[in-house]
Design a protein around this ligand. Structure first.
Ligand SMILES: O=C(O)CCC(=O)C(=O)O
Ligand SMILES: [Fe+2]
Length: 275
């Protein structure tokens, strides 16, 4: 325990990691970064300063007419609880080809960010509707506490504004400030997350980045930033959320869709070499 916390502190000095993971895990992920970059022969074509400087950036817009229509039909008979529902995972295979196509459209930018190939570990399709219920979980400020090279990619399937529940996050600066003040506790859903909310003042909330965008907006963010979901004050929000990580080879469609209908086994692989 003592050795663990000593190594943890040391790890943070050495690796400047943004998560709260044990030494060996941070080390493995750093080695994975080096390994995937060594295996990447292409020159980066894009420069995404927003993504490296603040941790969140819109990659562009895709035509999602067919995808949005198909998702809306699939959601038709899914009950909403507390303003929120996910597409049952067994239905994911139906929309997987259309989602894969969108990812491919933004592939060059994603590769430029990672400076390697990448893969999608899992995706989820979610719907939020106007609701007066107070919801917990990801509707409170939190960090996902993931390896530094794990990022999320969102595809909006409806027009999203601040009012209709657009994604919101603090940038790296404010996140660091909050983590120093004890916000790492928000990685534990339940009471610790609830308690951590007091660290976010209304004044600090003025610096929130709200990702508004039309239907088809694709954006990427570091989910170690302090962020939250928000139930719409009016209307609804439908989006696809997915987890990205660097990989040695490009991911083909069969790898992308292989487990998409099964429950998510692990939020992220603890050992990327065995994933
Ligand atoms: O739905 C959102 O806007 C954010 C949800 C969230 O916390 C996440 O995907 O990690
Ligand atoms: Fe989150």
């Amino acid at each position: 325990m003592i050795i663990d916390s000593f190594l943890n502190k040391y790890t943070r000095r050495l690796f400047q990691n943004k998560n709260n993971h044990p030494f060996y895990q941070v080390l493995l992920w750093r080695l994975w970064r080096v390994w995937t970059r060594l295996n990447y022969k292409k020159k980066s074509r894009h420069y995404l300063p927003e993504l490296s400087e603040r941790g969140v950036s819109i990659l562009g817009n895709s035509n999602v007419t067919d995808l949005a229509r198909s998702v809306a039909t699939l959601f038709a008979d899914i009950p909403i609880q507390n303003g929120f529902c996910s597409l049952p995972r067994e239905k994911n295979s139906i929309v997987a080809p259309l989602i894969y196509r969108v990812v491919q459209e933004h592939k060059a930018k994603i590769e430029s960010h990672f400076r390697s190939n990448f893969r999608v570990n899992w995706f989820e399709v979610q719907k939020l509707v106007e609701s007066s219920q107070t919801a917990g979980g990801s509707f409170l400020y939190h960090t996902d506490d993931v390896p530094d090279d794990v990022f999320k990619l969102f595809i909006y399937l409806t027009d999203c504004t601040e009012q209709t529940g657009a994604f919101r996050t603090f940038d790296y600066n404010v996140t660091n400030q909050l983590i120093k003040a004890g916000m790492m506790e928000s990685s534990n859903p339940g009471q610790p997350r609830v308690d951590a909310q007091k660290l976010v003042s209304t004044d600090l909330e003025k610096s929130l980045i709200v990702i508004e965008g039309e239907k088809g907006t694709v954006f990427m963010f570091d989910n170690n930033l302090i962020h939250k979901g928000t139930l719409p004050r009016r209307g609804q929000r439908i989006h696809v959320s997915m987890e990205l990580m660097p990989d040695v080879k490009p991911q083909n469609f069969s790898q992308f869709s292989k487990n998409c209908a099964l429950p998510i086994k692990e939020y992220f692989p603890s050992n990327p070499f065995r994933a």
